[in-house]
Ligand binder design. Sequence first.
Ligand code: CA
Length: 484
Amino acid sequence: MQQPNLLFIMSDDHASHAMSCYGSRINQTPNLDRIANEGMRFDNCFCTNSICTPSRASILTGTYNHINGVTTLSTPMDNCLATFPKLLQDAGYQTAVYGKWHLGEGERHKPTGFDDWAVIPGQGYYHNPTFIFPGEDGGIKRTVPGYATDVITDMCLDFLDNRDPDKPFCLLYHHKAPHRPWYSDEKHAGLFLDEDIPEPDTLYDTYENRAKAASVAAMRVGVHMSREDVKCEMPDDMEEMALRKWAYQRYIKEYLRVVQSMDDNIGRVLDYLKEAGLEENTIVVYTSDQGFFLGDHGWYDKRFMYEESLRMPFILRYPREVQAGSINQDIVLNVDFAPLFLDLAGVPIPADMQGRSFRSLLQGSTPPDWREAMYYRYWMNEAHHNVAAHYGIRTLKYKLIYYYYDGCGQPGTDQPFHCAGKREIASLTGMEPEWELFDLEKDPQEMHNVVHDPAYAGVFCELRDALHHLQAEVGDARYCKDVG
Ligand code: CA
């Protein structure tokens, strides 16, 4: 039996609550739903650091950011590291990546382990994007006319058409969409024009009963947005909640239009696989590098360990091993993807990959020693949306977060953040570390920090010990003031 093909579709900042297969209240994604309906949906897939470059490095290498060195947006990935595409290529796979890379540029950071590639430098553009193609000195830049989501899809279809049919393929189909600032294509520009998109329950959050980190973050809808986010001049005479209401409709519609184009294009690739008779032997995965706040807590962007940002969509179709329409609730992580893909391909998993293959979960069986808690760390501090550095633990029932307000010398941190909005931004420098504890069963929206509630004193101690245990297990150092 030939090794399975792998089509790994990843988007940028697509939250699972904007996918109808995850019960979205705001849009329909019929093509993504095909993958879920014909495969397995994972409801507790989490990133270990909710920010683009670091999460991508964890996905490729199967390691945490303190190990792969990609802790912030200013730490490009060293392309000498072992990655799953390299290992698959060594095992005889034909490999390619098209679209978003965001792991750095130049000889040291360009894609390696791929027979062919074309990637967007940095964030790139939605319209007439520039790509870097293989060539000397890190590659050759060239503009490709068209809409990024269409162009990336065309590149993938070309690869599939021209591949060597005697080899299995590993194709990384990586969308730029739906990263900010959002620009839809002509086809979807008229979507949602005459309707109001339902608001999330927590759009008007006032950040009471939380650590100070929530109220000082500069990612509030409207308040901390620019002209580019709402596609017109920002009104300067609205009070904050009215501005949130107005700006939410402006930005979420454009976000959803960008998502809709992606869904259409993914449908084209799924159709291709069907027509080419490749469905049975191709593993199709859809995920996003992390989640996103869709007005939840009054925010856009990500970074925080809160649910909407922490959770990644993860759906997988593989008719040979996965029952159609199945759902899994176990905790899986971005560091598990590389081991899983290698396992499914029958390629040995290097001992220094920290994630664990969840192939048995795909087959409907959870090993008795499967993890019941996950470790998270956001390393950036102050820079970019004024979010505090923090780490934490999430179990199926609780979440404990420690904000330590220190960049710990990591590149790209501790830089005062200036946003486009006119509101003053509070400095995080000198703030005292804080704990946040949420009872996810009673408070799934994470509105009440119960860390000071005597009823949770025992839970707090247990979780803090478990957090320190996880840190020791993955080889990360705890912050000096986090004692106990
Ligand atoms: Ca991202």
